[in-house]
Design a protein around this ligand. Structure first.
Ligand code: ZN
Length: 116
């Protein structure tokens, strides 16, 4: 029986995890999931399905992979702790000079800008 090993992956993440599992001689099946993307009709995310008998062997690799995703994905606001942050598209001249070599982020909840 096939069980999901990981879901809500981008295509690049799905390929990476697929290859990592293949190195362990675990054959994963990549399927789309999530809401359909326009105009193709498939899901915009990918999930990996593995045989239930491979689950124990795959668990460590999948857990490490998930931990790596979480570390990159969530950047919390230093003021209010909200994870709802993103890179600022526009920077003023003084921000470009002051924060040279870093990426400037903005918090969607409290409006705080911070470098990371
Ligand atoms: Zn904030």
């Amino acid at each position: 029986m096939l069980i999901p090993a990981a879901h809500y992956l981008t295509y690049a993440e799905a390929v990476q995890l697929y290859n990592e599992l293949l190195a362990l001689e675990i054959n994963a099946l990549v399927k789309t999931c999530g809401p359909p993307s326009f105009p193709f009709g498939d899901g915009i995310w990918y999930q990996l399905l593995i045989e239930e008998t491979d689950a124990a062997a795959a668990r460590e690799t999948v857990e490490q992979f998930e931990a790596g995703r979480a570390a990159v994905a969530v950047l919390r606001c230093p003021r209010c702790g909200s994870p709802d942050t993103g890179p600022l598209a526009r920077r003023s001249l003084w921000q470009r000079l002051y924060y040279a070599g870093t990426t400037l982020y903005g918090c969607a909840d409290c409006g705080r800008n911070f470098a990371a």
